[in-house]
Write a protein that binds this ligand. Sequence first.
Ligand code: PRX
Length: 572
Amino acid sequence: MVLKTIPALQSDYQMQDYEKLVAEFDWKEAEKAFSWYETGKVNIAHEAVDRHAESFRKNKVALYYKDGNRNETYTFGDLKKYSNKAANVLKNCSTLEKGDRIFVFMPRSPELYFALLGALKIGAIVGPLFEAFMEGAVYDRLDDSDAKAIVTTPELVDRIPVDRLPNLETVFVVGDGVTEEGKVISFNKHFEKASKEFEVEWLERESPTLLHYTSGSTGKPKGVLHVQEAMVQQLQTAKWVLDLREEDVFWCTADPGWVTGTAYGIFGPLLAGTTNLVVGGRFSTEAWYGAVEEFGVSVWYSAPTAFRMLMGAGAAAMEGHDLSSLRHILSVGEPLNPEVVRWGMETFNMRIHDTWWMTETGAQMICNFGSMPLKPGSMGKPVPGIEAAIVDDKGNILPPNRMGNLALKKGWPAMMRAIWNNPEKYDSYFLNDEWYVSGDSAYMDEDGYFFFQGRVDDVIMTSGERVGPFEIESKLLEHPAIVEAGVIGKPDPVRGEIIKAFIALQEGVEPTDELKEEIRQFVKKELAGHAAPREIEFKDKLPKTRSGKIMRRVLKAWELDLPTGDLSTMED
Ligand code: PRX
């Protein structure tokens, strides 16, 4: 069933005049919000924290943190003080200099914020790592980027293969009673004594800030490099798309290990001077509804998988919770089904606003704005200042309602500036030096709304997390029982897609259920829980091209009972 367009519900959104902004807006306008516009001194941590701490927002709450029995509140003044202390610890206890890579590998916590902001204050490039990563995944990222330091916790430190990372000089461990030996430095011990004053490192608009590793369909994960200037778009979209206002309490449920968790779990709201909620631990219906109620969350940014889980829990799960603080709800990461939009209308009497963007884009690009009619199933329209189009493989713009490559005109403020150590890969994203080609297929209707259709490549989106089949296949091949492996995303009603692996075993190995479980645990232990195949199917042989490449599209066609298409390149 096609849901009808839902009109805008409120009249006071900043985006009233979308068409006028599209015609007239210039990113130069947005730069005026920053102190560097006057001073020329650039540092995103200063803009996100210190600028507010030195204003009427000094005693305003910047961060609420809740996890189990920790329930803490930090003002902008506190955040300035603690990120300064962190900066001093990082600077004084290592040889880190401007431009060096430091990773932050820890669960969501205030300390993660202090360390990440502190690292930016010293001008280092920060690589956020999701806490679920295991040794293999951690190694690949630290090795590729030649990391000099990492901040982690006692629970995670054993997953860092220090011996195999000769250039990793310092391992900061956040926690009580940490023994300093070898490369290990106790973060807490030095943090307590550290000065709360710190002169931030002043940088250029083009200076790098974050290095987010993300997956493609081939090769190891690649380091997507962002720069200071991303803040211009992060703040502007926080105003226009998140619609943040002075009195809001904002909750982005994403982990800072992923780009949503940094761009909108840290920068967007803090740059806007907004109170930010961080909730630790795993998803649970009770904890989530409880958090909205306890902290009076007014703007909520989450993902379709989470909404579908809440939807599945039904109305009973909401009983006893007062969710009336909610004013604006948004979604990212996977297609937002019209079904979920309808649930949002029924449950909250509110529209759930889809937003489309990618690690590489650095900030929101195509969105449903509060002020515009919403077509369920559509991601919305380009943010003013962004030019999006559907192009063919040569870069010709296609007319409305034709499916093609979702592309963006090169040069928006938050655009990645490099793939670490891999200029060819970076160049391969661009067509005619004009269009950034996203890897998504989509169409635009006659009203200018974009509709997501799928990935052009084999990248898997499971529960909103982006997983590369190649990385999992490579890991599977390390298992002694496996000769061949092909991995695909299989459509799933709750998770969007789940990971399915087709596996050919060594001769004589019994294809048992115990072996499937062992293989699953193997990937879980070596890579990450979310990368482990939920389904495994043993095959005698996998479809390959004559050059020996596994044909994932044939696997997918088998799985979904679709025509296999052209098999002329297949061996046999
Ligand atoms: O396929 C698109 C999907 O997520 C991919 C980007 O993944 P990642 O870099 O991990 O960033 C996720 C969040 C910023 C895209 O190529 N995607 C993202 N948003 C949407 C989406 N698919 C459908 N609808 C969306 N709103």
